[in-house]
Design a binder for this molecule. Sequence first.
Ligand SMILES: Cc1cc2nc3c(=O)[nH]c(=O)nc-3n(C[C@H](O)[C@H](O)[C@H](O)COP(=O)(O)OP(=O)(O)OC[C@H]3O[C@@H](n4cnc5c(N)ncnc54)[C@H](O)[C@@H]3O)c2cc1C
Length: 394
Amino acid sequence: MGDRSYLDWPFLEDHHRVLERDLRAWAKTELAELGHEEPRDDDALNALSLRMVARLAEGGWLRYCVAAPHGGLTEKFDVRALCIIRETLAQYSGLADFCFIMQGLGSGAISLFGSDELKAEYLPGVASGERIAAFALSEPGSGSDVAAMATTAREDGDAYVIDGEKTLISNAGIAAQYVVFARTGEAPGARGLSAFVVDGDAPGFSVTERFQVIAPHPLGTLTFDGCRVAKSRMLGAPGDGFKVAMASLDVFRSTVGAAALGFARCAMDQAMERAKTRISFGKPISEFQLIQEKIADMALNIDASALLVYRSAWTKDTIGGRATREAAMAKLHATEAAQQVIDQAVQIFGGQGVIVGNVVERLYREIRALRIYEGTSEIQKLIIAGQALTEDAT
Ligand SMILES: Cc1cc2nc3c(=O)[nH]c(=O)nc-3n(C[C@H](O)[C@H](O)[C@H](O)COP(=O)(O)OP(=O)(O)OC[C@H]3O[C@@H](n4cnc5c(N)ncnc54)[C@H](O)[C@@H]3O)c2cc1C
């Protein structure tokens, strides 16, 4: 196990340190075999994901994904706890990390904006692992450009009727509930969107496509064809959809950085072990300065990422309000840096690094999507620059 000094940093409180210790002990035993299965097909992946969610629920970890008193531990999200959990799980299993956080992202808008009735109906099942959650924002013609969303929700009596398509949706096909964003037209662009909770068995809703991903992960396309959703299933007010989506991402975006950090720490541990034991030209390769340069870059990247991730989570937890800039910096740096760290680990392993089944080979695949989902690296740069320019103008 590598450097753990970050746990002493003032961004964290004692209960976060206890959480890390307990989760690490749990993950070592509970994820030992389950965490490294590579499913053969969609059915096997669905089954493994369901088992993973059930195991995370048994451990009590999903209680961090929803608000109290509806199955959660705290009324407000503990973003530092979410980051500790993702960072730790990612060191043992990418799928465990994914299954954990999708319960949070997929239901976060309900915790943040749901009526008491919606919270009571949907959140306890998410915390207990009985209901899988999903978040459906992206569309074939609207990924980074959320305001270009084409899916519509038309008012009809006591309901809205949703028509359109969502794609690249995590947990497609296994989710019991989807937070769905659609155009209700109160204003042009981003101000004319609303958010709804849609049940996985709602008439007019179907999963029409599944994708194979480089690191196994349930992902697919949703089609809405005259799908009626009661008005009481709206999250926030009509036209609040963009606000609902951005507030959810404001909580969960820094946790993507935390997962990347976990992958990077795992790669670093592997690379250190290899560098100290692999003999080349008569000595361990760790004695060569070109290898030491890589180790220095990896250690620096990891610490810089951890500082940004826990600064962002601390800001959200203790100062409150939006932490958009901090979350964008954390996600951008930690995911890009982790890609470099893992690539350097593969290089330190030489040919063994690209053999399927090697931990660093798996990490090389696991990390890639994190630079794309919940806002690409380019979009994070636009957010950071936009905020810097706005502040400079005031
Ligand atoms: C594994 C995985 C899981 C996902 N899960 C979900 C999910 O659960 N729910 C969900 O709603 N979505 C999900 N997504 C979708 C994800 O959020 C989108 O892929 C992402 O927002 C990018 O959108 P896009 O793929 O349409 O790319 P595009 O928006 O088409 O972007 C293509 C490229 O152009 C760049 N680009 C776009 N606009 C600009 C600009 N203005 N300036 C500079 N560069 C720009 C982008 O950075 C990117 O490099 C997931 C994606 C992946 C890969």
